[in-house]
Every structure is written in structure tokens, then in C-alpha cells.
Write a protein that binds this ligand. Structure first.
Ligand SMILES: Cc1ncc(COP(=O)(O)O)c(C=O)c1O
Length: 356
């Protein structure tokens, strides 16, 4: 890890804001980019002078290692505005920490906390008008590091770029969410990079997800690569099952991303007096629970989608429906999390971070 030095950020403001081109009442997810981005290069063995510049294209040598060896990691987080216009983040140090866990696995130099947090705060101050305030919307933040070093030798680059870009966003999913339990393809394997937010993890999911979409599902539920008997996670979300009144989620491992929303769901559920089990879940158990009516809910958790109730799932050639229930755990927990995020409730776990 680099020695921590507080970065002096050079700021170049845009004189051509695009904010009036965006319809803030109809925001898609992750399509519009805010006016500025934070950029910091790594070379000569250290992170260099950071900059905030107008959002713009970057130029890369075609032999840059990101293109050939996929040496890249990223994070996903959100900024919120409360009713008084105060800018808030949710557990940002967990994202900073996870970025470095991912970076280490991909042989990318770790980023000092100051670069991440100071860069993020300075960027949010500059682009705070881009944080939407309509219900359920937020400024999605994408910090990422990728290899820029040149040459076709299959080895880690010696230069990297860290960028933070922001996108005012509405809901990630809209409508019903049907998922397909996948048995052929695997997202990750023991000893692999599944626990890291590595770009290539997502590229590898696209084709199996396309096949699932062709069959009428929106997402894939990944099972373990070894036996395909155990539920792991869903697309870009961790997954929870409610069987009778117990909430169950699989343990994290080197195949599963340690989701910040997942951790928050577990804490809040316990705080609500809900019985939570973190244990391996067999596909067979879920099918049986669905057949005998004890499977009450299934939902995904993630920064982008918050809590997404799953309305049905496919397994082999059968479709299973989830019942529509009142007072769902999904709705209760989502409300508790979003109330903390938008500063509508007490923050008893200390998750809120005020950007001053
Ligand atoms: C594969 C995967 N699992 C789970 C999650 C949920 O993690 P978090 O709650 O930290 O957003 C994400 C999204 O970041 C993801 O990409």
C-alpha cells in the first residue's frame, strides 16, 4: 500500500454544463454522466497528482493492457440528497476498502484512502446539482481503476488510471423480476476472482444472461461451479430467501461478492427481530419450499437495485411463482435502508456519511 498523503486536487471546471439536457423526472440508470470526473494516474511506482476535469473522452494506446488482459476493477456506490439538500453517502469506506481488495487480487496497486475519499468529496461538491431528489433516484458513482501500461506481454501493467464518474440515475430494475437458476455456466470458481469487482466477471455473465433473457427472464441466479446444487448470487446482487419467517442468504466466499447492501440487510433484519441464517442454500431446498408454500420471498440486494423482490424463477424447464405478500421483509428492509440513506431516520449503525 502507498504511504497515505493528502492529495492536492487540481480542479478544472467545465464552462459548458450539460445539466439542462437531462430530464431529471425520467432518469434511466447509468446513462447520463455528470459534468466532471476525478482522475488520478499511477506511474513510477506511485499515485500522481489527482485532477478533477470536465467529463471527457480519454486517449489510450491500443496495446494498453486493459484491452488485452482485462486488468480492471471498479466500485458502485450512490450519493443522496436529503430534504435539506445535504449530500450523503452510505458506508463509503466499505467501497474504498473493497476497491483495494479487488485491486490486490488483480495485481493493481492499491489506492490510498485519501485519494478515494477526498476525490469523491471534491467531485460531489462540484457536481452536487447533479444529485437527483425525486423519489428513488440518486447519483450513481462509479470509481474504477484500469491498466494503461503498454505492450503485449501478458504481465501486470506499470501504469494505471483511477477515475470516478457519476451518473444521475433512477431505478435499476422496473417491473417484474424473474430469474433463472443457472446450472451450466458459472460466474466464478474457487480460487478465482468472484469476490472481486473485476470487470471480466461481468463480461463473463453477459452471454448466459442473454440466453436467460431470450427465455423470458431478466437475470441469472448463479449456483456453485462445482456441483451447481447451491444458490450463490443473482447477477449484480446478493440473494436472500425467506422460508417461513427465516431469512436465509449464502455465506460469502472467494466466489461471491461481499455486498455492502447484503451486510446491511442482515444487520437490519436482526435488528427487526427476524431470524437470519447465513448458510449454504440448496436449490433443492428452495424448490421444495416453493412447492410446499413455505418459500415466502426471494429478493436481490445491491447498491444499484437496493432490494429487488423476485417475482418468479425458472429451474430446468419449470417456472415457479413467488406469492404476493403483505408486510414483506423486502419492503420493510428496503424502507429502513433507504430511510437511512436519505436521512429520513435515525442512523443507529453509523452508516451515513455527510459530505461537507
Ligand atoms: C456480483 C455482485 N454481487 C453483489 C453485489 C451487491 O454488492 P453491494 O451491495 O455492495 O452493491 C454486486 C454489486 O455491487 C455485484 O456486482
Amino acid at each position: 500500500m502507498n504511504t497515505a498523503v493528502s492529495p492536492m486536487i487540481k480542479i478544472e471546471k467545465t464552462n459548458n454544463s450539460k445539466i439542462n439536457e437531462v430530464d431529471f423526472d425520467n432518469l434511466p440508470f447509468g446513462q447520463h454522466l455528470s459534468d466532471h470526473m476525478f482522475v488520478c494516474d499511477y506511474k513510477n511506482g506511485k499515485w500522481q497528482q489527482p485532477h478533477i476535469v470536465p467529463y471527457q473522452n480519454i486517449s489510450l494506446d491500443p496495446s494498453s493492457k486493459i484491452f488485452h488482459y482485462g486488468q480492471s476493477v471498479f466500485e458502485g456506490m450512490k450519493a443522496y440528497k436529503d430534504a435539506r439538500g445535504q449530500v450523503l453517502l452510505f458506508r463509503p469506506l466499505d467501497n474504498q476498502n473493497r476497491l483495494n481488495i479487488s485491486a490486490k487480487r488483480l495485481a493493481i496497486p492499491e489506492l490510498p484512502e485519501e485519494y478515494f475519499m477526498e476525490g469523491l468529496k471534491a467531485l460531489l461538491k462540484l457536481d452536487s446539482d447533479w444529485i437527483p431528489t425525486s423519489d428513488g433516484s440518486s447519483l450513481y458513482i462509479r470509481p474504477f481503476i484500469f491498466a494503461t501500461g503498454n505492450g503485449f506481454h501478458a504481465s501486470p501493467a506499470d501504469t494505471y488510471k483511477f477515475i470516478i464518474a457519476c451518473s444521475p440515475s433512477g431505478a435499476y430494475f422496473s417491473g417484474k423480476l424473474k430469474v433463472l437458476i443457472e446450472e451450466k455456466y458459472s460466474r466464478s470458481a474457487n480460487g478465482g476472482v468472484g469476490f472481486a469487482k473485476a470487470g471480466g466477471n461481468y463480461a463473463g455473465q453477459f452471454y448466459p444472461t442473454q440466453l436467460a433473457v431470450e427465455k423470458g427472464y431478466q437475470q441469472v441466479i448463479w449456483t456453485d461451479d462445482n456441483t451447481h446444487e447451491y444458490i450463490e448470487e443473482a447477477g449484480a446482487m446478493n440473494i436472500f430467501m425467506r422460508i417461513n419467517d427465516t431469512l436465509i442468504t449464502g455465506p460469502t466466499s472467494d466466489r461471491i461478492l461481499d455486498g455492502i447492501t447484503r451486510k446491511s440487510v442482515i444487520t437490519i433484519a436482526k435488528d427487526e427481530g427476524i431470524k437470519v441464517e447465513v448458510r449454504k442454500i440448496k436449490v433443492k431446498e428452495v424448490i421444495e419450499a416453493s412447492n410446499n408454500g413455505s418459500l415466502k420471498e426471494m429478493f436481490g440486494s445491491g447498491t444499484a437495485a437496493v432490494i429487488s423482490p423476485i417475482t418468479g424463477f425458472g429451474y430446468r424447464d419449470n417456472d415457479f411463482e413467488l406469492p404476493e405478500i403483505e408486510n414483506s421483509y423486502a419492503a420493510l428492509i428496503k424502507k429502513r435502508i433507504t430511510d437511512i440513506q436519505y436521512n429520513r431516520a435515525e442512523d443507529k449503525f453509523g452508516w451515513r456519511y455527510i459530505v461537507e
